[in-house]
Design a protein around this ligand. Sequence first.
Ligand SMILES: [Zn+2]
Length: 343
Amino acid sequence: MTVEVDSQLNTVQEATQKQPVLAAHFMRLVATQRLSHAYLLAGQTGCGKRAVAQMVAMRLFCEHPTETGEPCGTCAECHRILSGDHPDVVMVQPDGQRIKVDQVRYIKDEFAKSPVEGAMKVFIIEGTETLTTSAANGLLKFIEEPVDNRVIFLLTTNKSLILPTIQSRAQVVEFSAIPTPVFAQTLRQQQVSENQIGLVSALTNSETDAMALVADNWVGDLQHELARWYGQLAKQDPMAFVTVQTGLVPLATDRNRQSVVLDALIVLWQTTLRLKYQTATETPAFPELTATMTTVAQSLTQKNLLAILTAALATKKALAGNLNFQTILETLTLNSLNLLAKS
Ligand SMILES: [Zn+2]
């Protein structure tokens, strides 16, 4: 029982912490009975889409909404919604890679039925982008013809994969990235080490992606190799080329990881630029490098520092253009060494 109460409180908390503006907006819509019949909630994994949709369902059924207009999280109705036991709140998640045919049939059957108890019926469908075109077209019928007491939330991490016909018939709500301090707290709860939190949150805003980055200490190794590379550049030591070859390239095992390495490298130079103008970040991405970075920032002219940052940013374009990863890094190393020598 205690566990249940915890998870219920967490859903409202999750929604209001990750998406304070949207959560408040939806609470107002419910309170003033202006909720639309179909929403497409679009945003990265872990940005609070399900929490917000579930909070709306709770608010619609809650027996004792709070003074601030939020669901209580503790009444029988809230309990049932959160444990997935409410007959009028239909929640569907992809079964494996996609939403299966029988799941689509279940959604349609439920849509055809009147609410069992209350005056409303709520549908929360996750992974909408995994519906086949024919399944999505099948659901379209329900979205096209609004039924008074039905509200459907279609959740997606990739809006571009949703049929335009669905996008045009539902209200599209774009979920923004989670506020940095909230995301940092999430990472802390997931036991991400304190000196990796800055870099991880600079690289992603998705909890799932973050967990993939910290697995097997990959991000720790990346941080270590980049610190070594940067330290060598700072001393104008050509050993930086060796670090590229033996340290950075082996970490970039696929295209996706190559892209992350470049992102981290960009963060490295952005942080240096920030230090030049003394706008320090709360959670530095490379805590151990702060002293070295400050020295580099002071010794480089603004023009040369910007030139290095520009070269770092250009690496992403080079990667997209299918240039060899090692060559991209070596070119950047060479350019950086040249610019640092001019200081
Ligand atoms: Zn309640």
